[in-house]
Design a protein. Structure first.
Length: 182
């Protein structure tokens, strides 16, 4: 059960996140012993599109990638679109990749990966409407429940959460992946 003991997982989100795409992976990593930390562009509380509220632990300007073992990017159209315009968030994502750390991304969470310029030669999935943006950024897009590419775990929609969470926990447990790079 304590597979992720002593691991610290950053969750990067803002208002408009898909509620279950934050809460389900959050509970999955915590149930395996990891510490989950919510990072957002602004301090206070963020609210999901269905009303779930979550306290922000650190702002993107305060967060340091060195302190985390992995990153999770929940979806939600407004969440994904807003985060990609926050330069500290983009820099945080890029540095997590540069440090070869596992990243879990679901639905519209992948939008920020295009701005972080970390998709060249990578294979992933997402909500179908991101396909063109992801492929234009150099990725190979596939329509599968969950895709794992050297520490990058991706899924499409909330129905994929069981498979996504299982692979996310596995990849975080494995640690750094040399193929996971910016």
């Amino acid at each position: 059960m304590a597979q992720l003991t002593n691991k610290k997982v950053a969750f990067l989100a803002t208002n408009g996140f898909e509620d279950s795409e934050l809460t389900t992976p959050w509970e999955a990593v915590r149930s395996q012993g990891a510490e989950a930390v919510l990072i957002a562009p602004e301090a206070g509380t963020i609210t999901g599109k269905n009303g779930h509220q979550q306290k922000v632990d650190l702002t993107t300007a305060e967060a340091t990638p060195d302190q985390y073992h992995a990153l999770v990017l929940p979806g939600g159209v407004v969440n994904g679109d807003t985060l990609r315009t926050d330069q500290p968030a983009v820099a945080f994502v890029r540095e997590i990749f540069a440090q070869h750390k596992p990243v879990g991304v679901i639905c519209h969470g992948g939008w920020i990966l295009t701005d972080a310029d970390v998709l060249q030669g990578r294979t992933l999935t997402s909500y179908p409407s991101l396909r063109t943006d992801l492929t234009n950024a150099g990725a190979t897009w596939v329509d599968e429940e969950v895709v794992v590419d050297a520490g990058l775990v991706s899924s499409r929609v909330p129905d994929d959460l069981p498979a996504f969470c299982a692979k996310l926990v596995e990849e975080i447990g494995e640690g750094e992946h040399e193929g996971q790079t910016a």
